[in-house]
Ligand binder design. Structure first.
Ligand code: DSN
Length: 445
């Protein structure tokens, strides 16, 4: 490669990925085939419009690719309509607003600080600027100790808000929710006020098609998803209309298509659409079901190790691919940054995250979020999860005397000094070596 600088950065990133363990629950490793198709000649094409209705010539093969991708998605998720052109999850969600709402309409979604997503109406997102957004939060404790029925949503409160503000669109879906979604409960509320119900399954799409998480399709009108998280495809997104949505509004497919193009986007990324088609093909294979099952098994065992080690897990554990650790009672409010930084130094990558009832701030949250999709793709199983869990516990124990200063002015200096000490810490260095040797045994596709 002639561009030495970029080449060097690719090599460094490759090394980082190989020698560390990726625990950010929204990340994964796409297959070699997906990566190959992403850099295929479809990268060079423009094809504004939809199959058989394009603005440019030369689209005979692009049309076939997009139709194939649509057919695979429809079959896999059991829906009558899909748009596979959104560039990623946020534009897909914005297209849903554009399709069914007018600026100023009331919309409702799970608050970002309670594990929702920016595009579910957060105040700094276009979805919270152009629409009147009502946000619901989570209970900080589970009220039902039976894990099968455990639920952090307060349906009475959601119903109360829905009846009071009468949103046109309600979102169900999250980026940091460790339990199963009970879509039928949201549907009951949305149906009562005649709202559209949209499920954002970006995090759990792979678990849904893998049969380890209930599908929202029977209960909601619209489903959006990214394609690169548990679904293990290229970065991208899809918007699906369910049979219920189609019945409610037969014009929905037209509205969604119009919102994606020309409403929000120009030409689709045809190489991305082709790579999504490949990911969907892979997700249809029996091996994918096995993968999805292992993702959840791994998350459960990792959660068990962490919880037995004295950490408090939101929801008491996990039923999906992710774990949210509430550090408030162990390291104190705002401790997420210390755990993220210290674990980064040993080669375990996760992210600081707010927790339900957050007592610090989104920039200095009191939790960390981790998950198993990427590690499972590398072939890691229960035994490996135990290893990872123990390292996490060791690191947390090492940093137990560090607490976020209440004084905002002194925070930055304190964190810098923490990082310096950690970099020089002998035990951190030993653990780094251990993680590296361990990680190298599990190749990345
Ligand atoms: N950035 C994604 C996540 O990490 O969950 C959400 O868009």
């Amino acid at each position: 490669m002639k561009d030495k600088k970029i080449n060097q950065l690719i090599k460094l990133e490759e090394k980082r990925q190989k020698e560390g363990i990726e625990l950010i629950p929204s990340e994964n490793y796409a297959s070699k085939d997906v990566r190959k198709v992403l850099s295929s000649c479809f990268l060079n094409k423009y094809s504004e419009g939809y199959p058989k209705q394009r603005y440019y010539g030369g689209n005979e093969y692009v049309d076939e690719v997009e139709i194939l991708c649509q057919e695979r998605a429809k079959k896999l998720f059991g829906v009558p309509f899909v748009n596979v052109q959104p560039y990623s999850g946020s534009p897909a969600n914005l297209a849903v607003y554009l399709a069914i709402c007018t600026p100023g309409d009331v919309v409702m979604g799970q608050a970002l600080t309670a594990g929702g997503h920016l595009t579910h109406g957060h105040n700094v997102s276009a979805t919270g600027i152009y629409y009147k957004s009502i946000q619901y939060t989570l209970k900080s404790q589970i009220s039902n100790l039976n894990p099968e029925k455990a639920d952090l949503f307060d349906y009475e409160e959601i119903k109360h808000l829905a009846k009071k503000y009468r949103p046109k669109l309600i979102w169900v879906g999250a980026t940091a929710y460790p339990l199963k979604f009970h879509y039928e409960k949201f549907a009951k509320i949305a149906d009562e006020i005649g709202a559209y119900l949209a499920a954002d399954i970006a995090h759990i799409a792979g678990l849904v098609v893998g049969g380890v998480h209930p599908s929202p399709v029977p209960y909601v009108d619209i489903v959006t998803t990214t394609t690169h998280k548990t679904l293990r495809g290229p970065r991208g997104a899809m918007i699906m209309i369910t049979p219920k949505g189609l019945k409610k509004d037969p014009q929905l497919p037209k509205k969604i298509n119009k919102a994606v193009f020309p409403g929000l986007q120009g030409g689709p990324h045809d190489n991305q659409v082709a790579a999504i088609a490949v990911a969907l093909y892979e997700a249809m294979q029996p091996s994918f079901k096995k993968y999805a099952r292992q993702v959840v098994k791994n998350a459960k065992i990792l959660a068990k190790v962490l919880s037995q080690g004295g950490l408090k897990l939101v929801g008491g554990g996990t039923e999906n691919h992710l774990i949210l650790i509430d550090l408030t009672s162990t390291l104190g409010a705002g401790a997420g940054i210390f755990v993220q930084k210290a674990l980064d130094l040993v080669g375990l990558t996760l992210n600081k995250n707010t927790v339900p009832g957050e007592s610090s701030s989104p920039f200095y949250p009191s939790g960390v979020r981790l998950g198993t999709p990427a590690a499972t793709t590398r072939g890691m199983k229960e035994k490996e999860m135990k290893f990872i869990g123990k390292i996490i516990l060791q690191v947390i124990n090492l940093i137990k005397d560090y607490h976020l200063p209440a004084n905002k002015e002194t925070r930055q200096k304190y964190i810098e000094s923490f990082e310096k000490k950690m970099k020089a810490n002998r035990e951190i260095k030993i653990l780094r070596k251990k993680v590296k040797n361990f990680a190298l045994r599990f190749p990345i596709p």
